[in-house]
Design a binder for this molecule. Structure first.
Ligand code: ADP
Ligand code: ADP
Length: 232
């Protein structure tokens, strides 16, 4: 599904160069919940931002379903971004819009017919088990509920890939578990490929089937979660 080949990302600035991603090679399969773990500064965010082309690599290739996403023209890139949802640690919801408005906004941008939007929003809220919160504003929701809204928004355009950047890092353990259970459930139901980055080993253990561990831009360990965490 996603093949990353010899990927490098160099940041240059006045205070010096940082090779944030160094010779990374990964193969992420269609039904993976793939974890990328590492300490702060390891290069996880840079890698996930390269995956949806919020950053351009210095060298290397990223193939998604066989297509080199670095060669996409504007139209292809727009289409690719629609098919790649993303969720974040701090949810990134619009505070001035209610739950319905936050999800509808993603559909409007993607060019959905106005008449189809209300039923699609309802469908998405059912998917994340938040039907009764359509008219609530983000400030009236718990962290777990906000992340459910963000997940509904990320799934609005039926993406194939869901990228998660520390999506449970701001949540308590019980809420973390409920969000991870939801992601697992959605992966099965929708056939999603999920790539999640986290600094929490428990997150990888509880939800991922495969994982890579990054350190100073490099992948230092990669494989099935059972193998990575087995005690020899
Ligand atoms: P992580 O997500 O694992 O915490 P990052 O990908 O954010 O790691 O950062 C990897 C390295 O790249 C760090 O040394 C960080 O300081 C550096 N870095 C990240 N973004 C930039 C940027 N826009 N400009 C310069 N350096 C950056
Ligand atoms: P979850 O486990 O889903 O994150 P919580 O147990 O934290 O939910 O919240 C329980 C209830 O309290 C929710 O129905 C939510 O609407 C309400 N609630 C949580 N935080 C706030 C808040 N800041 N303002 C208003 N209501 C809140």
């Amino acid at each position: 599904m996603i093949e990353i080949k010899d990927l490098n990302k160099l940041y240059s600035s006045a205070i010096g160069d940082v090779l944030a991603v160094k010779n990374v090679n990964l193969n992420i399969k269609e039904d993976d919940i793939y974890g990328i773990m590492g300490l702060s500064g390891a290069g996880k965010s840079t890698l996930i931002r390269l995956l949806n082309r919020l950053e351009e690599p210095s060298s290397g290739e990223i193939l998604v379903e066989g297509n080199n996403i670095l060669k996409f023209n504007d139209t292809e890139l727009k289409e690719y971004r629609k098919k790649t949802g993303m969720i974040f640690q701090h949810f990134n919801l619009l505070q001035s819009r209610d739950v319905f408005g936050n999800i509808a906004f993603a559909l409007e941008i993607a060019g959905w017919d106005k008449n189809d939007i209300p039923s699609r929003v309802k469908e998405l809220l059912t998917l994340v088990e938040l039907e009764d919160k359509e008219r609530a504003f983000p400030s009236q929701l718990s962290g777990g509920q906000k992340q459910r809204v963000a997940i509904a928004r990320a799934l609005a355009n039926n993406p194939k890939i869901l990228l998660s950047d520390e999506a449970t890092s701001a949540l308590d353990p019980k809420t973390t578990k409920s969000i991870l259970d939801l992601l697992k459930d959605l992966q099965k139901k929708l056939g999603l490929t999920i790539v999640l980055i986290t600094h929490q080993m428990e997150v990888i253990r509880s939800v991922c089937n495969r994982a890579a561990i990054m350190d100073k831009g490099e992948v230092i360990e990669e494989g099935s979660v059972d193998r990575i965490f087995s005690n020899p």
